[in-house]
Design a binder for this molecule. Structure first.
Ligand code: ADP
Length: 326
C-alpha cells in the first residue's frame, strides 16, 4: 500500500463532548509518528469547499477540556451524491491528503464507508455521538458526558416533582437508541424509561401504569427517548391526560443542553485512546474501520458492522430499573 504522509481530520454530523479531545489525540499522535496533519473545517461540506489548514501541535493546545468541536461540524447533502464526493476527493488530492480520520456518528461513518470504497482511499472512523448507537463499541465519545448531564438535570427536576407530587416525563436524546434514557433513569433513580427498542413490542406506558408504578410514591419520574416510536414526552403526557386522568403530569424536554459541556474524564480518556489508536490503525495498514472499545480493549470494527443500526440494549438493565423502582 502507498505510504501515508499526510492525514486529514474532520468532525461531522451531530457534535459531541470529547470531539476536541479526539482531534487533539489524532493530531498529536500523527505528528509523533512523523505525519503531517490537515484540519478540515465543517465536515464534508468544508472538505468540498476546501476549508483546510495545516495543523501543528499548537493548534490543539488547551482544547481537551472544551465541549463542541474546534473544527466545527456540518451536515452536507452534496456529499451524498457521487459528484459531491468527486469534488471532495479532488480537494484532498490537491492537498496531498492520503488518509482521513472522520469523527462522527452513524451518518458520517456511512458517508465515510461509501467515500472510501468509491476511491479506494484509507479512512478511519471514530465514534463521536452522544447516542451510543454505533455497533461494536461499548461506548461512543460524548455518551458518558451526556449521561452525566442528564443525571444532573433529573436530580434537579426531582426536587420540584417531589414537592408538588407530580408525574414528570423527561425527554432525552436517542432517536433510535434508548441508552441515554435507560442508563440515565438508573443513574438518577427514576421510576422508568420508555425506549424505542421496546416500544414496538409492548405499550410501555400502559404496562407502567397497570403495574402500579406509583403505589409507594406520590411523585414519579419517567425518562423518555425522543423518538417517533416512543411518542416522545409530549405524546405520552397527552395520553396520560386522556387515558389516565388524575395524574398531575408535567413534561421537561432536555434538548440541546445534553450535547454541551466539558467532557467527563471518561470521555477525555476514551477520545484520547481512540485518537491515538486511529493513527496506529493507519500505520498498521488498517483501512475503513471504526475504532471501538470492548471490555477496555481497543478494537477495529469494519464500517459495515458499525453502522448496521442494531446495537442491542442490555435487557438486564431494564430488569434492574424495574426492581429498583418499586
Ligand atoms: P451523524 O454523523 O451525527 O449521524 P448525519 O446523519 O447528519 O450525522 O450525517 C452527517 C453527514 O454525513 C451528512 O450530512 C452527510 O454529509 C454524510 N452522510 C450521511 N449519510 C450519507 C450517505 N448515505 N452517503 C453519503 N454521505 C452521507
Amino acid at each position: 500500500m502507498a505510504e501515508i504522509k499526510t492525514v486529514g481530520i474532520l468532525t461531522s454530523g451531530g457534535d459531541a463532548p470529547g470531539m476536541n479531545a479526539a482531534i487533539r489525540a489524532v493530531t498529536r499522535s500523527a505528528i509523533y509518528c512523523g505525519l503531517n496533519v490537515k484540519g478540515i473545517y465543517r465536515g464534508y461540506r468544508g472538505l468540498i469547499a476546501d476549508e483546510i489548514v495545516d495543523f501543528h501541535t499548537q493548534n490543539v493546545s488547551n482544547i481537551i477540556q472544551m465541549g463542541g468541536t474546534i473544527l466545527k461540524t456540518a451536515r452536507c447533502k452534496e456529499f451524498q451524491t457521487p459528484e459531491g464526493r468527486q469534488l471532495a476527493y479532488d480537494v484532498m488530492q490537491r492537498h496531498h491528503i492520503d488518509a482521513l480520520v472522520v469523527i462522527g456518528g452513524d451518518g458520517s461513518l456511512t458517508g465515510a464507508r461509501i467515500f472510501a470504497n468509491e476511491f479506494n482511499f484509507p479512512i478511519i472512523g471514530l465514534p463521536g455521538t452522544i447516542d451510543n448507537d454505533l455497533y461494536g463499541t461499548d461506548s461512543t465519545i460524548g455518551y458518558d458526558t451526556a449521561l452525566n448531564t442528564i443525571m444532573d438535570c433529573v436530580d434537579k427536576i426531582r426536587d420540584t416533582a417531589t414537592s408538588h407530587e407530580r408525574l414528570f416525563f423527561i425527554e432525552v436524546m436517542g432517536r433510535d437508541a434508548g441508552f441515554l434514557a435507560l442508563n440515565g433513569a438508573i443513574a438518577a433513580g427514576a421510576e422508568a424509561a420508555i425506549i424505542p427498542e421496546i416500544s414496538t413490542q409492548v405499550d410501555q406506558l400502559a404496562e407502567l401504569i397497570q403495574n402500579g408504578f406509583r403505589k409507594s410514591k406520590n411523585s414519579s419520574i419517567v425518562l423518555v427517548a425522543e423518538s417517533p416510536v416512543t411518542g416522545g414526552a409530549m405524546g405520552l403526557a397527552e395520553r396520560v391526560k386522556n387515558e389516565y386522568p388524575g395524574y398531575d403530569v408535567r413534561v421537561s424536554i432536555l434538548g440541546h443542553l445534553q450535547r454541551g459541556g466539558s467532557p467527563t474524564a471518561y470521555d477525555r480518556i476514551l477520545a484520547s485512546r481512540m485518537g491515538a489508536a486511529a493513527i496506529d490503525a493507519l500505520m498498521d495498514d488498517q483501512r475503513n474501520v471504526m475504532i471501538g472499545i470492548k471490555n477496555d480493549e481497543i478494537v477495529y470494527v469494519p464500517f459495515t458492522r458499525a453502522i448496521k443500526k442494531e446495537k442491542p440494549i442490555n435487557r438486564d438493565l431494564l430488569d434492574t430499573l424495574r426492581r429498583l423502582s418499586i
